[in-house]
Design a protein around this ligand. Sequence first.
Ligand code: AMP
Length: 272
Amino acid sequence: MKILTTIEELRDIRKKINSSIGFVPTMGALHDGHISLIKKAREENKIVIVSIFVNPTQFLPGEDLDAYPRKDEADKKICNMCKVDYLFMPQISSMYTENEIKVKAPNTSYVLEGFSRPGHFDGVLQIVLKLFGLVLPTNAYFGKKDAQQLSLITQMVKDFFLPINIIPCEIVRETDGLALSSRNVYLNKKQREDALLISKSLYAAATLIAKEQRDVEIIKDKIYDIMQKLEVEYVAIVDREFNEVSKIDLNNTIILIVARFGNTRLLDNIWL
Ligand code: AMP
């Protein structure tokens, strides 16, 4: 594996590649969720490129940019073990200039995460577009855990006619059900136990739906009931365009939950 830290190095390497490229953009502190994306990229492409970049423009003022876990050495080992060909770890100063052109997420995205974190998706799209321009991948891999992010990136590729396939990847969980996240390290023991109620309530919702329940209010009641003791930011049952629905459609529904544990926000969801 080769580690690339400058844009020039990446560009030089990219010019010489004529085969399929699978790209996995991340913010590092890699866990099994990231690894599942990398493995899928490894299976489906000749060359695999991973980026690690804690992107400042997607953090709002007061968010955890400075505290965000950084584990560069461990991440390099993981990428090496996963047979990544190139690991791109650029400096912030090389990725951004002053007064540059900005990508703007559509107004329709200012719901759920877009509402809670206004401007977050603008930053995500900005950096992903830049990384796509540098890596020019054939396939790019994103987790369904960040459901709105995945949807917006898919839309950006379509709207800007980018010749890149966006590959959605399933959510990877701890054996007890907690969705893996780099932010799980912020949780203390009690919060880590309580956080299990999120996936528990999603499983309970799935069980109700398997028993033919289609009424969204009844399903939400069940979810809130299980999460009673948590600080729930939102529970949303939406279609693939993130419009709230009143009836479950088995082919077109996502149930999303965000709960807070002190300063830590945890997201989870299931796609029906
Ligand atoms: P991040 O480093 O948090 O920006 O995430 C990089 C990529 O990994 C994104 O596409 C995420 O959706 C994905 N990802 C994060 N956690 C998980 C998980 N538990 N399962 C699957 N993919 C994930």
